[in-house]
Design a protein around this ligand. Structure first.
Ligand code: MIC
Ligand code: SF4
Length: 644
């Protein structure tokens, strides 16, 4: 049987289950990555599960999210991460080395392998031919210890690329076009495979930009073939030996084929407040801009930065506008510093940032009140920038750089600026001094925890009955940024009781208090939501902190993949309305009860909730595998593995 690329990689890593669409399979993970904001909890859980060493080919711990270091908390987290990595055999990427996805692509990504990362943009590795998947920290901890990763055998969509991008049109525009086509919801259980003659016209970093923002579509991952372009990139990184060819067999089958002619793509922007709210730059031209931020794991490669430098050369940043630039990795920064690109950026008036997530996670560079910010990152959820009423647009580095000069949305083709033709270098500067590689001596390192680093919270086993109260009733597309804000709150990631005070802060700041009161009175807390609940990040705190507050169930019209898995891992039942209309009949404050819900889960029956106010019976479903039922009824994965 001819196989597509997804099948080739998954089938060669299949360890449990049959490869039947929609059914759960267990796959072997070759590489893992963590970042500091999810990593501290991942390693705390690794330790709590009693795991003793790394069993993957490679596990890397990056420090890139929380590098602001106001107060002692971040620095203590970094020390914990450094010592725990040394102790268990994980490569440690020191703060300043760059954003995990950019650095992993440069230094470690390997075609044909599997990568699991505790960050939703891990699929960036698809640009180099990896099946790279984002997951909650505890799933990554299990994989580090040699356990399998479980996911549904996917539907595979082929994106058949033809033609070639026109001048000024970029990989960002390709993925924004894909977001227009597939939207930000409804793609759960899908993997995208890019193919066709157009693939060879895209460089590895361009492919990575496209794979990166598959996360915004909710697909499990996106993967590109590994071809001569991949080989050239890896050779330039001094890693030719890691290259292998990867392509779909002739006659391989797909669940859907999406035709995309690269030459027909327009310059696009994602408008406030969703990556799926797409408009043409031509329609936005002339609109005022206050701030421009260039960087993030989506668009911070050498070519992106050099293109920006070439556009800015000889120009000045518009007075009154702020331009922030964060090169994605130390490697990119070093090369810019050596070839003069950095000087051009500084001459223009750019504010150079550390190679880290920075503005993208909203822990600095928040725009002014109501400010319009053009960013090259991947998420523009309301409030994520740190300013509740900011208007954030997602655009290519090219469009962002031009706006920094003109102070408005500018169609580059009408700007009079010559199109900069930047080539991928034939050799990258790769010195690796900011990695601490594992060694036998380092295995004796003492793991050091600071005072802000607590134990992973425990849960009770699932109770026989649900005695629920609806603590909040929210709408569609609730993101993990709504549930568990990052930004200024990020430094509490290692301290669950403290961080839990901010659950649903942007939506209803009384949520945590009311939950704790009801929990203390012996009640169960319930969240009711619309479609696509839990969009966005992989942060398991969006499940772990509600668990700490006594949330036992989320009843929604639909869930996003990573968040649904995280809920189960923390013993919170993800329940889907059988009839979406029941959603409207529930109000905040309603009592929702079920006399046999644990048995219903265990036996795979629908869960019937009784609304105390209306007397209505609400039928809910939850298509769980046998493994997931066992985790849920045990009160979560940590309970299950530690036998609590
Ligand atoms: C994000 O972009 O939202 C983050 C911050 O990288 C998250 C991870 C986290 O919350 O730590 C993600 O994408 O998974
Ligand atoms: Fe970091 Fe932003 Fe990428 Fe998340 S999306 S990993 S915060 S750069």
């Amino acid at each position: 049987m001819p196989q597509n690329i997804v099948e080739k990689i998954l089938v060669s890593h299949l360890k449990e289950g049959d490869f039947v669409k929609g059914q759960e399979i267990g796959i072997r993970i070759d590489q893992t990555l963590t970042q500091d904001a999810t990593g501290t909890m991942a390693y705390l859980q690794f330790e709590a599960m009693g795991l003793k060493e790394i069993k993957t080919d490679l596990s890397v711990s990056y420090v890139d999210h929380n590098t602001v270091q106001v107060g002692f908390e971040n620095a203590d987290d970094h020390r914990y991460l450094r010592t725990v990595a040394a102790r268990y055999g994980v490569v440690f990427s020191r703060p300043g080395n760059g954003i995990c996805h950019q650095v992993h692509l440069e230094r470690f990504g390997k075609p044909g392998t599997t990568l699991l990362g505790s960050d939703s943009h891990t699929p960036t590795g698809g640009g180099i031919g990896q099946i790279a998947i984002g997951a909650g920290g505890i799933d990554v901890a299990v994989a580090m210890g040699g356990g399998l990763f479980y996911t549904a055998a996917p539907k595979v969509y082929l994106v058949n690329l033809t033609g070639e991008l026109r001048e000024w049109v970029t990989a960002k525009d390709v993925v924004l076009k894909m977001l227009e086509l597939l939207t930000t919801k409804g793609n759960v259980g899908v993997m995208l495979e890019y193919g066709g003659k157009g693939v060879k016209t895209l460089s590895v970093p361009q492919r990575a930009t496209i794979a990166n923002m598959g996360a915004e579509m909710g697909v499990t991952c996106s993967v590109f073939p590994s071809d001569s372009v991949t080989k050239k990139f890896m050779k330039a990184q001094g890693r030719e030996a890691d290259w292998s060819e990867l392509k779909a067999d002739r006659g391989a089958k797909y669940d859907r084929v999406i035709e995309l002619d690269l030459s027909s793509i327009e310059l696009l922007a994602a408008c406030p407040h969703s990556p799926g709210n797409i408009k043409k730059i031509a329609e936005l031209a002339g609109g005022h801009v206050d701030q421009v931020c260039i960087g993030s794991c989506t668009n911070s490669s050498y070519r992106d930065m050099m293109t920006v430098a070439a556009i800015l050369k000889g120009h000045k940043v518009k007075p009154g506008l702020t331009l922030a630039i964060a090169p994605g990795s130390r490697q990119v920064m070093q090369m810019l510093a050596r070839n003069g690109g950095l000087a051009d950026l500084l001459d223009a008036g750019a504010r150079i940032q550390e190679s880290a997530c920075g503005f993208c996670i909203g822990n600095h560079f928040s725009p002014k009140s109501g400010g319009v910010s053009l960013r090259t990152s991947n998420r523009n959820f309301e409030g994520r920038s740190g300013t509740a009423d900011a208007q954030v647009y997602l655009v290519s580095p090219e469009v962002a750089a031009l706006a920094a000069i003109t102070g408005e949305f500018t169609d580059p083709r009408k700007s009079g600026i010559a199109y900069p033709r930047i080539k991928e270098p034939s050799s990258f500067k790769a010195d690796d001094v900011m990695f601490v590689k594992p060694s036998p001596e380092l295995r004796n390192t003492e793991v050091v925890r600071g005072p802000n680093i607590g134990e992973p919270p425990k849960n009770d086993r699932m109770s026989e009955k649900l005695d629920g109260a609806v603590m909040i009733h929210v709408g569609d597309k609730i993101t993990t940024d709504h549930i568990m804000p990052a930004g200024a709150r990020l430094k509490y990631r290692s301290n669950v009781p403290k961080y839990a005070q901010y659950v649903f802060e942007p939506v209803d700041s009384t949520f945590h208090k009311r939950c704790l009161e009801n929990k203390a009175a012996g009640g169960h807390n319930v969240i009711v939501a619309g479609e696509s609940y839990g969009q966005g990040s992989s942060r398991e705190h969006a499940a772990m902190c509600p668990m700490y507050l006594g949330v036992k169930a989320v009843v929604a019209k639909s869930f996003e993949r990573i968040h649904a898995a995280n809920l189960i891992n923390f013993g919170i039942a993800p329940l889907t309305f059988r009839n979406a209309a029941d959603y409207d009949a529930i109000k905040a404050g309603d009592k929702l009860t079920c006399s046999d819900w644990r048995a219903a889960f265990a036996e795979g029956r629908p869960v019937i909730l009784k609304n105390g106010r209306t007397g209505a019976s609400i039928e809910c479903v939850s298509a769980l595998s046998r493994r997931q039922k066992a985790i849920l009824t045990a009160g979560g994965l940590l309970n299950q593995t530690t036998g609590k």
